[in-house]
Design a protein around this ligand. Structure first.
Ligand SMILES: *Cc1c(COP(=O)(O)O)cnc(C)c1O
Length: 450
């Protein structure tokens, strides 16, 4: 089912009803934006913020390499761009931006989450007189610095991965670290954090409520920093660095992006911070020659709810009759980020809600065909390609990258999974499609294998 709109607000009611029916039945649903003739990227975040973030990450690389000695890791948080040789039949060539292989936690949260921790490290180090202009950052990893940082609290709310990334890095710097986990979080992530000496606070509620409770517990706290997944600019900018990295890798591979050969990127979306930051970065770099497709589980389609049904404002998925219960724990968020909506909401080119079964099929394909170890969230991008192609056939857009779907360079962003434990990953591989999922599975069925 496709819903198209010029401005995200004006739908005829039959369209809305059909879309709701599809979501309610757990079927893949695609929303396409007719490319509007308005300036791109209305974000009020300066584009120079991305290069500042790159510079900050470079300053910290030697510190991270020392704090997390791991083979030959140089402390740079970067991931490879890979070729995927067996794409769905609708497209000829597919690339994978392999953030599932990022250092530290093997998830995209190693970009935004870690970046915001580093911003706080820098601020505290200056305040405590540890960093003097012109000096290197060598002092930051020392015992004296750890003692100074120990007087400060760092906190975050998470469905698992953000907490793992922030907890791992903030605690290693010496901060008193407090991670608030929603009921979606996996036990092994909580245990791993506790073993690092991190305080884990468990909440038996959804992610939106968990963020609210955690945020309030940090209000008016001195010597503390709460990383706010729904409001933070530093997080957003940390993710945007991934866009600059992709641009560099495409140019290294001599893949030119133009109006004739545009870029289409499939981004797994939870609250929208990670795909939002990347969209901000990509649109800053490629302008109108890139289309960003946000991909969500049907049950947690909060960005779709906001854009197609909430006139651009956050709308809990429960209002659409969805229950936020998905196997993709990284995307199990019932409400989209207001910051992401305000910064890049109008720049999202398409939204795809995909059934859990389709993500799980792709998790399995990516393993058997390309030896990629993905978590369910990270397979979402693959699962969106066929439904988007079908939607475009049913209701073509007039111009822009999506109008050139056949000539485009397609990139799926795989957002996590390389560090999944074997037992967890094997459990995913043996996931069985149950009967009430078969209907949606046909709708989003991956192409026949060659
Ligand atoms: C957090 C996460 C995302 C999405 O990030 P949001 O900022 O919540 O949109 C995607 N994939 C994985 C694996 C994640 O952990």
């Amino acid at each position: 089912m496709t819903v198209s709109s010029t401005d995200g607000a004006a739908h005829d009611d039959t369209c809305r009803d059909a879309c709701l029916a599809d979501l309610g039945a757990g079927r893949a649903t695609v929303w396409l934006r007719e490319p509007a003739a308005v300036p791109l990227v209305r974000a009020d975040i300066a584009r120079s913020a991305i290069s500042e973030a790159e510079a900050r990450l470079a300053r910290f690389a030697p510190v991270l390499a020392r704090l997390f000695p791991d083979g030959a890791w140089n402390g740079h948080i970067a991931s490879p761009l890979l070729r995927y040789d067996t794409p769905p039949a609708e497209i000829g060539r597919l690339l994978v931006k392999a953030d599932h292989r990022l250092p530290l936690t093997g998830t995209i949260k190693a970009r935004g989450g870690v970046y915001e921790v580093l911003c706080f490290v820098e601020a505290v180090a200056r305040k405590e007189g540890l960093l003097v202009a012109g000096e290197t950052y060598d002092i930051i990893g020392t015992r004296a610095a750890r003692r100074a940082f120990g007087a400060y609290r760092v906190g975050v709310a998470s469905t698992g991965n953000l907490g793992l990334s922030v907890g791992m890095v903030a605690s290693r710097f010496g901060f008193a670290t407090e991670i608030h986990m929603s009921r979606d979080a996996k036990a092994w992530k909580k245990n791993a954090l506790r073993e690092m000496g991190v305080t884990v606070v468990e909440h038996d509620c959804d992610y939106a409520r968990t963020v609210g409770i955690a945020r309030r517990s940090f209000e008016r706290a001195g010597k503390a920093h709460f990383i706010d997944d729904e409001r933070s600019r530093a997080l957003f900018v940390g993710y945007a660095v991934g866009a600059a990295e992709l641009a560099h890798q495409l140019s290294q591979a001599a893949i030119a992006i133009s109006a004739e050969q545009p870029l289409i990127v499939y981004l797994p979306c939870g609250v929208g911070g990670a795909p939002g930051g990347i969209t901000f970065g990509l649109k800053s770099i490629f302008g109108r020659n890139v289309a960003c497709v946000f991909v969500e589980p049907v049950a947690s389609a909060c960005m779709l709810a906001a854009i197609a049904f909430g006139e651009g404002r956050a709308l809990p998925v429960y209002k659409l009759g969805l229950d936020n219960r998905t196997i993709a724990d990284g995307l199990a968020t019932p409400v989209a980020s207001e910051l992401a909506l305000a910064q890049i909401g109008p720049d999202i080119d398409a939204l795809a809600a995909v059934p859990d079964a389709a993500m799980m099929q792709w998790l399995s394909h990516a393993w058997s065909e390309a030896a990629m170890r993905l978590e369910p969230s990270a397979a979402a991008g693959f699962a969106a390609i066929t439904p988007v192609a079908e939607a475009l056939r049913a209701r073509p857009v007039s111009r822009g990258p999506l109008a050139r779907f056949d000539d485009a360079v397609h990139v799926v962003w795989t957002t996590g999974g390389s560090l999944l434990r074997d037992d967890e990953f094997m459990g995913y591989l043996s996931y069985k499609l149950n009967s009430d999922l078969t209907e949606c599975a046909t709708h989003a069925k991956p192409a026949k294998r060659p």
